[in-house]
Structures are given as structure tokens and as C-alpha cells.
Ligand binder design. Sequence first.
Ligand SMILES: NC(=O)c1ccc[n+]([C@@H]2O[C@H](COP(=O)([O-])OP(=O)(O)OC[C@H]3O[C@@H](n4cnc5c(N)ncnc54)[C@H](O)[C@@H]3O)[C@@H](O)[C@H]2O)c1
Length: 364
Amino acid sequence: MSSKSSANVSGSKRIAVIPGDGIGTEVTREAVKVLKAVTSGSRTKLDFTEFDWGAERYLRDGTTLPPDAAPMLRRDFDAVLFGAVGDPRVPSNIHAADILLGLRAKLDLYVNLRPVELIDAALTPLRDRGTSDINFVVLRENTEGLYVGMGGQFQRGTPHEVAVQEDINTRKGVERIIRYAFEYAREHQLGRVCMSDKSNALTYGHELWLRVFSQVKDEYPGIESRHLYIDTLVMEVVRDPGQFRVIVTCNLFGDILSDLGAQLAGGLGLAPSGNIHPGRVSLFEPVHGSAPTIAGKNLANPCGAVLASAMMLDHLDLRPQAEALRKAIRAAVHEKHTTVDLGGTLGTREAGDWLAEYVTKNPR
Ligand SMILES: NC(=O)c1ccc[n+]([C@@H]2O[C@H](COP(=O)([O-])OP(=O)(O)OC[C@H]3O[C@@H](n4cnc5c(N)ncnc54)[C@H](O)[C@@H]3O)[C@@H](O)[C@H]2O)c1
């Protein structure tokens, strides 16, 4: 379901690399280093092509996302590895919205898959919780909702100002992400899907979510289904995270919930995500942003980018190599070969070197 299976004739996979801004460039460099190491002995090679879309380019010549970017990526690449975008020199971050939200929309990457997996019990802020208690995925609808940019402002800057932001929920959009959640649960034998909305207050848009969920769940009698309002869900995720396996929700709630999940599992430095359209070119990135305050200081944790790379390898059907990356991250965390945010002493580059060396010595 999640795999783009077509190896091209040369036995290589073509990867578009968009490092972006700030620490995005630093962690992506390390991820590419580790990816080269893990595939060096494989029959399938990775072919990397880097694109300079980000703040520097925008400030230089006004380019955000070139008009032909999406068709070119679809035509010429198997996957996209993304760093992060956002730069204080671009106050509105117009370039970031154009590039990342633009790619999600134009490549129709309707699934935002964010695994929340605690690797080491010492990393969670929750008391008395272990690795088996925190292991679920958040599936965030990625192309609709409040993020489509529909709306406007009237009498801006006056006392009579009005701001409107539209929440777009289509039958097609809601149904395909809910169906993906059940398919994901079935494929990974996770047994349970929880859909979360705010249909008690958002009685039009989220009533659609509730209605579609109650229809789709009937097609999956082997999978336990449950509905929780988002305010109840966040309380339950903190109180007893072990009850969840697959959570599916709208764009805004998924965005917030997955950052909560990231903290439960050790922080933003460890959190990966996939922006996926099953069977098509998809984009993989760490959950974190460009972190301007630590950029350029060799402080950023590259683990989120490396785990996102593992998700990319899964998507490309390179599963043994994906597992080798996850094994390396587990070893780095357990043995404290990490950056300072996880209690280690390594810099970004040194953490990347350690992971690259580990996968070279332990390719499977
Ligand atoms: N997908 C993306 O490209 C994306 C996502 C979130 C934010 N952003 C953008 O990034 C910029 C900064 O946003 P923010 O500060 O809200 O979020 P952020 O994720 O960049 O940083 C939040 C906090 O986490 C820390 N942090 C993040 N990643 C880390 C890592 N790998 N290692 C160690 N510490 C890490 C930062 O130092 C900061 O204290 C903004 O312009 C924002 O719009 C982009």
C-alpha cells in the first residue's frame, strides 16, 4: 500500500533532496551521508539531486517553488527528502508556505504519517511509562482543512477588522485519509483505529468526518474503531497512550497532536514524518522546523531526518536498509552517541558520522 515499487531500469532510485533553511540543511546533509552508507553495498543505489529552494534563493531571485517543480518531481524522481523551511529574514515566511504547502498540495500528498515510538523509557516526560506504552501513529489529513489558505481580511488594521479562515473538508479528502488509516492498521496488524474530530462544535465540517468514519469502519469488521473528540483525545494520549495504535484526524489537529506525540517520545529531534500519496512520489522530512536559534552551530539532532529517511526507504521497498537505519538510531540512543538534546555530547556532524559508521558495520 505505501510502496512505490518501480525500481527504474538501472536499479537505482532517484531522490530529490531539498535541504531548505537553517538546521534543515544540516540534518539533511547527515541523512544523505547515512543513506549513502546504508546503501553502499546494496544492489539498488540511490541517486541524489539537490535543489536550492529555500530562503537564500528567495532572497536572491524571488523564487519560491518553481512552476514546473511538481510535474518535474513526479516525472524524474522516486522520492523527495526534505529538511525544513523558515527564515527570520523572510518575515511572512511566504517562501516556506509556497514550497512545503505547495508541494503537499501539488503532489497531492494527502497522508501525513507521523510515527510516535518511544525508543528508550528515559526519554519520555511521562512517569512510569515504557517503550510498549508509547507506540502509535498519527495520520493527519495533509491537503485540506484550515491549511488551504482560503479566507481574507476586511478593514485590516482598523478597530473593525474581520479575519476569515475557511475550513475545507471534502467527501473525497475525508474518505481517503480515513480509508488509509484502516488500510494502514490492517497492513501493519495494529488492530485499532481512533478517529478524532470536534463534531460537537464544528457541526458541518466535522459532522462529515463522523459520518464518513461510521460508514468506512463497517468495511473493516476485523479492526476495532473508536471516535473521540479532540479535547478528550489529547487528555487520553497523555493519561494512557498505550490504548492507541492508529489515530486519524484533520490537518490542524494532526499538526498539534503530532508535536505532542513527538515530546512523549523524546522530543522534536527524534520525530520523523512522511507526506505520502500511495504509489506516487512522496516527501519525507523530520517533524521539526528550521530552528534558527541553533542553526549553524552544529547542535541540531539529525535523528529525525535519519528516521524520515528510513520511512523513505520503506516507501521505496528497501525495507532491510530502512530497518538498519532504525537499528542504528536505537543503538545511538541507548549508548548515548547523540546530540545534547538527547543527553549526549556529539555535534550534528559527529552524530551523523557515528550513524554512518554503525550502518556500514551493521548493514542489516
Ligand atoms: N516542516 C517545516 O519545514 C517546518 C516545521 C515547523 C516549523 N517550521 C518553521 O521553522 C521555523 C522555526 O520554528 P519553531 O521554532 O516553531 O520550530 P522548530 O521545530 O524549528 O524549533 C522548536 C524548538 O525545538 C528545537 N529543535 C527543533 N529541531 C531540533 C533538532 N533537530 N535538534 C535539536 N533541537 C531542535 C529548536 O531549537 C527549538 O527550541 C519557523 O520559521 C517555522 O515556520 C518549518
